[in-house]
Design a protein around this ligand. Structure first.
Ligand code: ADP
Ligand code: MG
Length: 678
């Protein structure tokens, strides 16, 4: 495919300029030459003219064209930054960090000064910042303190095609403020060609198209479905490496765990091959990858070696990695899914859409002709994949966003100007849950508690837990637990060859069957006692980076708690009060032990299981609250604590009555260890 996009002359020119750029000794000159080689560059003046003439412009250009890194700079160079900041949103934190680093470099400034980024729990900007990259979620939060975005002259909503929940909400908000701020320029930029929908939504704003430059990409399918796509991906990497000409490989995986597993397997299978194969450089990239390791994917591959980038969806359109010639696409993505009827939300590994698969394939043809290995059959592609990914707003819990909109004074949610409205049932469910949490009153108005909750960049259940901890005198401990569950991913390190040692070390934290939340608290407290020692982390098989992140998040939370005047009180031995605070936020996620050792959620009964990593597998408490559900082979509850059923009626009288917590009277044998595993 892709023959139609093939523009030999343009590409040859780009290559030539690039080569000249690489030869240039002067760093500044090299960068300016590289900038001038990008597909958007010839359209610079036309673009600036379009922005001058129209308040809202829809930009469409292929991934790698230079939208994210160049357009804000063009606007800055044209003087817009004298009128206010130039903002640019990204759905992903890694993209915001990586792209701002690149732009700071291109402009020859220190990241955090003229060019900066803002992501949840990390603000790398200053008074000097004129070009600001941020996650879409952070811009949404900025509306709370600056509802008219007065400090901005331009706002670019980038990666609009991704249709994340936050981007969709931003569409409605920026469209609204554009009406009373005629001086604010709005750019909506997208990597896919069907921009008519965006144009129509923004009152028929003009579409500015930058033609793509793409080499043809050969698409290869498997003959039969693959049983294990990780294994198939590894076999394919090795096959490409052994048989195909030079060029880097990009593998699309669904998350950090998969990427780490894949990295380990690849290392194992290439070890011992010695000099019989060329060197492989493995470069992982996913949301929680520490920033100092993110740059590795952009480092030029040394002559004779081959880079293998193991990426999540982030490499689909958010980041462009030059030099990729081979794409390996197992065809899966991790997505949230939400059932408004049961209120159950979980992360599920699902097949990608055709649109996604085609974006992925495109990554192989940016700098030369390429190949895309799809690890599924052509029949599957045609018959089993959806055409497009369903916008997130239609498959997620809206509690967070509804609380935010209410705080912005937007009450009539049913008539909010959604590009694609969420199911009415989901909206009602969100209102109902905020009412049960005490953040809305029975008229649907924000309560004082709700106003305080909205101050925290957290899920309402977590902010409720934090606020409740004040009453129970354990705010210090709950701040820690809140930080520990917010890091995304596990703090426990469990290398394959040392699992027994690791498991033994981890057991210390849950001694006395305290449950998973308090185990996390113990990890943090013990680490803090060693004055945050790295050595301690190694000895206890705890991930240092995750812990540092938890400490940063905790510091931020404590700052916010001061702002809403939550008194810091602590009693780490009062486990009941700690668990009561947790239950005050998470009473929705209550489940009860069944005779067969599985659990059933209390409201809207559904079967769920203790996660194999839970410290409670040996005990099986009768009543538990859990942090989240993950669906793999079964619905697993991750991060679980025991509660007493009476607490539910005390803590959430709007939601639970005595009859919900009636015991059936039969005692259950304790210690059926295997339950929940499969
Ligand atoms: P688009 O937003 O249109 O997809 P970008 O502006 O992100 O395009 O990318 C333009 C160019 O900048 C690409 O060639 C890409 O490889 C390069 N680039 C972007 N970020 C970085 C980075 N952090 N390090 C090195 N190069 C980068
Ligand atoms: Mg981009």
């Amino acid at each position: 495919g892709g023959e139609g996009d093939f523009e030999t002359a343009e590409i040859a020119k780009e290559k030539e300029v690039k080569e000249r750029a690489q030869k240039s000794k002067n760093e500044h000159e090299r960068i300016q030459l590289e900038r001038a080689a990008l597909p958007v560059y010839p359209y610079r003046e036309e673009f600036l003219k379009a922005v001058e003439e129209h308040q809202i412009v829809i930009i469409v250009a292929e991934t790698g064209a230079g939208k994210t890194t160049q357009l804000p700079q063009y606007l800055h160079e044209a003087g817009y930054s004298k009128l206010g900041k130039i903002g640019c949103t990204q759905p992903r934190r890694v993209a915001a960090m990586s792209v701002s680093a690149r732009v700071a470099n291109e402009m020859g400034v220190k990241l955090g000064n003229e060019v900066g980024y803002s992501i949840r729990f990390e603000d790398c900007t200053s008074d000097k910042t004129i070009i600001k990259y941020m996650t879409d979620g952070m811009l949404l939060r900025e509306f709370l303190s600056e509802p008219d975005l007065a400090s901005y002259s331009v706002m670019m909503i980038d990666e609009a095609h991704e249709r994340t929940l936050h981007t969709d909400i931003l569409f409605g908000l920026v469209k609204d403020i554009a009406r009373f701020r005629p001086d604010l320029k709005l750019l909506i930029s997208s990597a896919t060609m069907d921009a008519e929908k965006f144009s129509e939504y923004f009152d028929y704003a003009p579409i500015f198209k930058v033609p793509g430059r793409r080499y043809p990409v050969d698409i290869l399918y498997t003959k039969a479905p693959e049983a294990d796509y990780i294994d198939a991906a590894i076999v394919t990497v090795l096959h490409v490496h052994a048989t195909q000409p030079a060029g880097d490989i990009l593998v699309f995986l669904t998350g950090q765990e998969e990427i780490e597993a894949c990295e380990e397997l690849l290392k194992q299978r290439t070890r011992g091959l010695g000099t019989r194969i060329a060197e492989i450089i493995i470069a992982p990239i996913y949301a929680n990858l520490p920033s100092d390791m993110q740059a590795k994917i952009f480092e030029p591959t040394p002559e004779g070696a081959r880079k293998v980038v193991l990426a999540t969806n982030i490499a689909e359109t958010s980041l462009t990695i030059d030099g990729i010639k081979y794409v390996i696409d197992p065809g899966f993505v991790k997505q949230n899914s939400y059932n408004p009827r049961s209120g159950m939300e979980s992360l599920i590994i699902t097949p990608v859409s055709k649109a996604s698969a085609n974006q992925r394939a495109g990554r192989a043809g940016r700098t030369s002709p390429g190949k895309c290995f799809r690890l599924y059959t052509a029949w599957s592609f045609e018959n089993e994949l959806e055409d497009n990914t369903v916008p997130e707003i239609q498959r997620t819990n809206l509690g967070n966003v509804v609380l935010m909109l209410k705080s912005l004074g937007i009450h009539d949610l049913m008539n909010f100007d959604f590009m694609d409205p969420p199911p009415a049932e989901t909206l009602l469910r969100a209102l109902e849950s905020l009412y049960a949490l005490g953040s809305l009153n029975d008229k649907g108005e924000l309560t004082k508690l709700g106003r305080r909750m909205a101050e925290f960049p957290l899920d309402p259940m977590l902010s409720k837990m934090l606020l409740a901890s004040e009453t129970y005198g354990v705010s210090d401990q709950i701040a820690t637990i809140c930080a520990m569950v917010s890091i995304g991913g596990s703090v426990f390190y469990r290398p394959k060859d040392k699992q027994v040692f690791a498991d033994n070390a981890h057991k210390n934290f849950s001694r006395g069957n305290v449950g998973d939340h308090i185990a996390l608290l113990n990890v943090f407290d013990q680490w803090a006692e060693t004055n945050f020692s790295t050595q301690w982390c190694f000895e206890n098989y705890v991930q240092v980076r995750s812990m540092k992140r938890a400490r940063d998040i905790r510091d931020q939370l404590v700052g916010l708690m001061e702002r809403v005047e939550i008194e810091m009180t602590g009693d780490s031995s009062n486990h009941d009060n700690i668990r009561k605070s947790i239950a005050a936020g998470y009473f929705y996620n209550t489940s009860k032990l069944q005779k067969d050792g599985s659990y059933k959620t209390v409201k809207n009964p559904q079967s769920v299981h203790l996660h194999p990593s839970s410290s409670l597998l040996q005990v099986l408490p009768r009543w538990v609250v859990y942090h989240e559900l993950v669906l793999t082979s079964k619905e697993y509850m991750r991060c679980v604590s025991e509660i007493k059923p009476d607490w539910l009626v005390e803590i959430a009288p709007h939601y639970y009555s005595k009859k919900d917590i009636l015991e059936d009277g039969k005692k259950l044998p304790k210690g059926k260890g295997k339950a929940g595993m499969d």
